[in-house]
Design a protein around this ligand. Sequence first.
Ligand SMILES: Cc1cc2nc3c(=O)[nH]c(=O)nc-3n(C[C@H](O)[C@H](O)[C@H](O)COP(=O)(O)OP(=O)(O)OC[C@H]3O[C@@H](n4cnc5c(N)ncnc54)[C@H](O)[C@@H]3O)c2cc1C
Length: 377
Amino acid sequence: MAADIETAVVGGGVIGLAIARALARAGHEVMLLERHSRVGTETSARNSEVIHAGIYYPPGSLRAQLCVGGKEMLYAFCAENGVTYKRCGKLLVATQADEIPKLEAIAATAAKNGVGDLKRLSADDVRALEPQVACVAGYLSPSTGIIDSHGLMQALEGHIAASGCTVVLNTEVIGIAAGDDAFTLETLSGSERGSLTARNLVLAAGLGATALGRMLAWRAGYTQPETYPARGHYFALSGRAPFQHLVYPMPIGAWLGVHLTLDVSGRARFGPDIEWCDSVDYAFDEQGGKRLARFESEIRRYWPALPAGALNPDSVGVRPKLYREGEPVADFAIHGPRQHGIERLVALYGIESPGLTSSLAIGDLVTRLLCEGHERP
Ligand SMILES: Cc1cc2nc3c(=O)[nH]c(=O)nc-3n(C[C@H](O)[C@H](O)[C@H](O)COP(=O)(O)OP(=O)(O)OC[C@H]3O[C@@H](n4cnc5c(N)ncnc54)[C@H](O)[C@@H]3O)c2cc1C
């Protein structure tokens, strides 16, 4: 039995879009299915829009490799496709002497990851670049930048359409069955149920990845990863930001600390903080003013002149973590037949930061996983 389509991608965030584009470029006939009325309204719309250099991640991890490779692919894609971006650079700062060993350890990790352009700075060097930043030492990461993430997703959608492939909106996948030759997907569009068959299947459902995967009968011996949401709140700075670079304090475990990011229009935001939670909730919780007080005190460690009353509650993003609070940090999980044993299926879990930076590299990786070792129909 011939399948209705060659390859279905479930999830229209930046990762599903980048995968669909890469598969279309490789000659696949692709249909991308997204449950909302627009692409990129969940995690891909609620992040810091930073093109990360690849500084912090464990050497050899997928996060390190895909970030370092994906960063240059993303810069090139933006330049070729008119997506707004800026290689503004980032300052990584130690605000007290006892943080210097951590600062140096991060620089060593960056070098192992192939990030060879970090520049060591004294406190005076940092002040020369950013007069309002207080610290005892720092590094400049020149290859860190910022991107218009919505412009990126629009451009990816345009590439998919130009290849003759389709993005189907308002369509939720509610059932999946793996057959010998094809997957059958049950769908819900409004109140209308439907079904279609696809020879290859990619699950790129972000926070919904584990729920989606539960629809499949996995082979014995494979346990699909669990997703644990962790919220991150942002405050926006009112008025003009007195900064040209992003500013990051020392991380606390896997959390990058309350850092300063700029968007391509020059607006400054602080955050995201981290709050483990049981379900996905985008409501901003002010905690009766406690959250603001915590942000102000963290920010004043590197920006003592932060004016009182300058921060306004902004957005909330939710990270799809693959570990619980206190557990070892997990890598991206991009599982193909070698992991789960189901031919022609790739499922992605835990694509948190630096997923946006890595998106194009992930697209290429998934394409290789689907194309390698399989006869094309
Ligand atoms: C607070 C925060 C800050 C971040 N900052 C950065 C950053 O600065 N730089 C960086 O590189 N990365 C950053 N990231 C990571 C980056 O945002 C993510 O890696 C990326 O957006 C994940 O994209 P996605 O497509 O996997 O998920 P999503 O954008 O969540 O897309 C998944 C899509 O799947 C759809 N879906 C789910 N289930 C179904 C179903 N059953 N049927 C149909 N559709 C379905 C959803 O509707 C959704 O649109 C950040 C993440 C967070 C949370």
